[in-house]
Design a protein around this ligand. Structure first.
Ligand code: ADP
Ligand code: MG
Length: 680
């Protein structure tokens, strides 16, 4: 028998068992061994006096009475007996296991596992072992099985397999790494994963496999990055440092430390002949636009053109306004191309773009139309990158000869996720807000307190400020969303009658109407904007200081934070009111987190903790790998370590030549990364 032998060579694996194993994807003995349990049943002895009500316990003791069996019809029965545990006399009951009666003789020492009922001083038994505890293992593995396979049978197969062939499994982690992290060797680790001797053994075994799994994953990611760097010749853009300095000096404010750091990271990438592939994360209001402008200006000083793509026309227009005010004094021509650019203007614009007369082109999806051709495109920036599909981003970058690329996002992504989902990108983070920014005061109120909310809103409006009211979001039905918005809009119109103007905005409005509403709000003609979540992205109305989010419990933390980011953009103190009656503990926790912090990264970590990595990106965008052992929420340290090690290893000779590293190299080769296969 060896690792590749079929499972049918194990004793007890008959036709049915073999079929069931096959359904689990287990054909060989090696595959059986590599199928890990998803948890362990804990059979360690517990002190009843310390055991909370309804908790599972294992106790050892003496049978004190002849078991009494009661039949309850329909083949159901209950068996009960007294048992002495230490000096504690308790009752034990088993359902539908009348056959135990003959085996439970008074005076016999047994070990019972079950649920502890503190009030009745009784254990509802689930398992009994005839004899003292020491003959029974502390932990038993529980596997995810198919068909008629029982845990007991499966454990039996596993025991055989480990005893007979486990020693043939080759070590996959080099000694150097195992020593430096004190990781178990493969055989001891396998034993610990399946049949740990104690809690420590189980923990150490898990630790080894978590590290190995993350290391292999990171090797793939980092190798991909390395291959891309080396293969994808990009442009070396020799920008004019003096001109950039003058540009920074002319800005109305100093850049924050974080902005400066990120600008430097970008400039360094521009200079190198490899193509930049960088993700810029910065919380709402952290000042990504000016960073983008710096990059665009840098490439212009080197004789290249730049492009900036935004998800909506309003955003594109705001960018146009900002970039013109910053760049025009330096003779940079900035233009806008959007769906509403008229045909004649568009023709002229495209002509100037093709000759290089236009330095920076800002736009919406309109930028990726086939007839948009640049003269010499050096840098492509995508704002709110998650709003665009992979293909849209690709089309834009193909408008130049390998231009550098920068993706910007205001959705903070917890580091563990960003280095897994975007592991092959370089990541820059703006983790500092411009000085003097006031913290948005956030409060959580119940729906019945809505009048209070309206009073506060009225005060703000009377002081000349503006307000947003975000409507209930009803999942899977934007029809109802619209209805809610329409109703709330009507209500507010009645309430504020001649005092204030109330505008309405939702996804079903035609694009030009949406723009018109947004524009009047931005110009101050509308005082209160009732809206669905369509206002979520990037809009800047500094005079808006009051944000009400209705039914806030229906939103995830990331989205609440994005919505809140619509206020707090000007000189005035801003407020956010969450109107919510959350039913679940998790919902309550989300509301409390919002009132406690304005830090998007902390909220993102919290969100990850509450919802888990699978849900974090929502249904559409995932890219999160499935791990057998590792858990991205709890194993983030191991992930960081593995990432660092992977990055170093790839640049060492020993990794590429030493025999010890063979298995790691093999998993890398199997992944196809080294042959240049792409992930995106
Ligand atoms: P976001 O990162 O959300 O896109 P913006 O680029 O729109 O943020 O910047 C938000 C606001 O902060 C803008 O009004 C911008 O001019 C201002 N701002 C950016 N950087 C600074 C800074 N270093 N000091 C002061 N204000 C800044
Ligand atoms: Mg922005």
């Amino acid at each position: 028998m060896d690792l590749k032998s079929p499972v049918t060579e194990l004793k007890g694996v008959g036709k049915t068992a073999a079929e069931n194993l096959e359904q689990m994807g287990v054909h060989t003995i090696e595959e059986l061994i590599m199928t890990f349990p998803f948890r362990h049943e804990d059979f360690r002895l517990k002190d009843l006096a310390q055991t909370p009500h309804n908790e599972r316990v294992t106790v050892e003791g003496r049978v004190e009475s002849v078991p009494n069996v009661m039949f309850m019809g329909k083949g159901r029965s209950r068996l009960q007996f007294k048992m002495l545990v230490g000096n504690h006399l308790i009752r034990v009951s088993f359902f539908n296991q009348a056959y135990l009666k003959n085996k439970l003789k008074p005076g016999a020492i047994i070990t019972v596992t079950g649920k502890w009922d503190q009030g009745r001083q009784q254990i509802s038994g689930s398992q009994v072992h005839f004899g003292p505890k020491d003959a029974q293992a502390d932990f038993e593995p529980v596997y995810s099985l198919k068909g008629k396979l029982t845990q007991k049978k499966y454990r039996h197969f596993m025991r055989q397999a480990l005893d007979e062939v486990a020693f043939m499994i080759p070590e996959t982690l080099p000694g150097k790494l195992r020593e430096s992290y004190k990781l178990l060797g493969i055989h001891e680790a396998l034993e610990g994963v399946h049949f740990p001797q104690n809690a420590m053994h189980a923990k150490q075994a898990r630790r080894r496999f978590v590290y190995e799994e993350l290391l292999v994953f990171q090797l793939k990611m980092q190798a991909l990055r390395k291959v891309r760097r080396e293969d994808e010749a990009g442009l070396a853009i020799h920008y004019d440092v003096e001109k950039l300095r003058t540009f920074f000096a002319a800005l109305p404010y100093d850049l924050t430390g974080a902005q400066k750091r990120v600008v430097n990271e970008i400039c360094k990438d521009l200079l190198t002949p490899q193509r930049m592939n960088r993700l810029l994360q910065g919380d709402v209001g952290s000042g990504k636009t000016v960073v983008a402008a710096s990059g665009l200006y840098a490439v212009v000083t080197a004789g290249f053109q730049g492009a900036l793509m935004a998800p909506t026309e309003i955003l594109a227009e705001q960018h146009l306004e900002n970039l013109r005010s910053w760049l025009e004094p330096f003779d940079v021509r900035v233009e806008l191309l959007s769906g509403s650019t008229k045909a004649k203007a568009r023709r002229a614009l495209l002509a100037d773009l093709a000759t290089g007369d236009i330095d920076v082109l800002i736009g919406t999806h309109a930028l990726i139309q086939p007839d948009v051709a640049f003269h010499k495109l050096g840098l492509v920036i995508t704002d709110e990158q998650h709003r665009f599909g992979v293909n849209q981003r690709r089309v834009l970058r193909e408008k130049g000869e390998s231009p550098d690329q920068l993706f910007m996002t205001a959705t903070p992504i917890p580091r563990t996720l960003s280095i897994t989902a975007f592991g092959e990108m370089d990541v820059s983070i703006i983790d500092e807000m411009p000085a003097g920014r006031k913290v948005i005061e956030t409060n959580w109120l119940k729906a019945e307190q809505f009048n209070l909310v309206l009073q506060r809103m009225e005060q703000e409006l009377a002081a000349g400020r503006q307000a947003y009211l975000i409507c209930p979001l009803i999942e899977e039905s934007d029809k109802l969303d619209v209805q809610n918005a329409v109703e709330l809009h009507a209500q507010l119109q009645t309430i504020f009658a001649d005092k204030f103007t109330v505008g309405l905005m939702h996804g079903r409005l035609p694009a030009d109407e949406k723009d018109a509403v947004m524009r009047s709000f931005s110009e101050g003609a509308i005082n209160v904007l009732v809206s669905t979540t369509v206002v979520e992205v990037g809009v800047n109305v500094p005079n808006a200081t009051f944000m009400v989010i209705y039914d806030a419990e229906r939103f995830g933390l990331a989205q609440l934070h994005q919505l809140r980011g619509r206020v707090g953009r000007g000189e005035h103190q801003s407020y956010c009111v969450l109107v919510a009656d959350p039913k679940s503990e998790e919902g309550k926790e989300r509301m409390i987190s919002m009132t406690e912090t304005n830090d998007g990264f902390r909220l993102a970590e919290k969100d990850l903790e509450l919802r888990g990595p699978g849900d974090f990106f929502g249904r559409k965008q995932s890219g999160i790998p499935q791990f057998k052992m590792a858990d991205l929420v709890h194993d983030y340290r191991a992930l960081e370590t593995a990432r660092r090690d992977a990055n170093n290893l790839l640049y060492t000779d020993e990794f590429w030549h030493d025999e010890e590293y063979g298995p790691l190299r093999e998993s890398l080769e199997k992944s196809g990364v080294m042959t240049g296969e792409r992930i995106d």
